[in-house]
Design a protein around this ligand. Sequence first.
Ligand code: NI
Ligand code: MN
Length: 224
Amino acid sequence: MSVELTWFGHSAVLVQGAQHAVLVDPFITDNPAATVDPGDITCTHVALTHGHEDHFGDAIEIAKANDAPLIGAYEITNFVSSQGHEKVEPGNPGGKIELGDGNWVAFTQAFHSSSYHGQYMGMPCGLVIQIDGKRIYHLGDTGIFSDMALLGEIYQPDVALIPIGDRFTMGPELASRAADMIGATVSVPIHYGTWPPIEVDPEHFQSTRSRVQILQPGESMTVG
Ligand code: NI
Ligand code: MN
């Protein structure tokens, strides 16, 4: 079975392999771009890059409904436990969490902030997900940093999910530089077009080292 990646709009992504399906940043209910019902999403794990409302979204409800461990920064998983979902996997940048069958989720740094309704949620992160030998680097919300080149070298991602919406993250020009530094086989723009302040033209996202693939909300692609 191939690894399938589905983008639900904004930063919400499902990575699906033979045994594991990791749902990242499931902002669905309040996401104007989403075309799916949160109750229709099946996954084995939920993972959060950081605590902001446009990423946290339906995380607790979906984790509970799927009896899925929630992966996130230590402060996020503490909060999630306090909300009645005790199946959590805390981590922090540099570390990784084994899912079994050789699959894992690793935390990278991101230059951003992280809170949920005013409560501190620890370090914002990017996530590298390995499923069935394929690697997906979800950058989370971040500005550009030169260690993206190092992360690309270390993780050799098949797909990089790169925020391009500007204002809260990189815009298309910096995101293009990021895509070049990471050098994933395919780079997919995310975190844009959801609302007017982050409306940008994804055609301005280009890379000399990576094939850019623009998805529509709800669209899937095969990884590798
Ligand atoms: Ni954010
Ligand atoms: Mn965001």
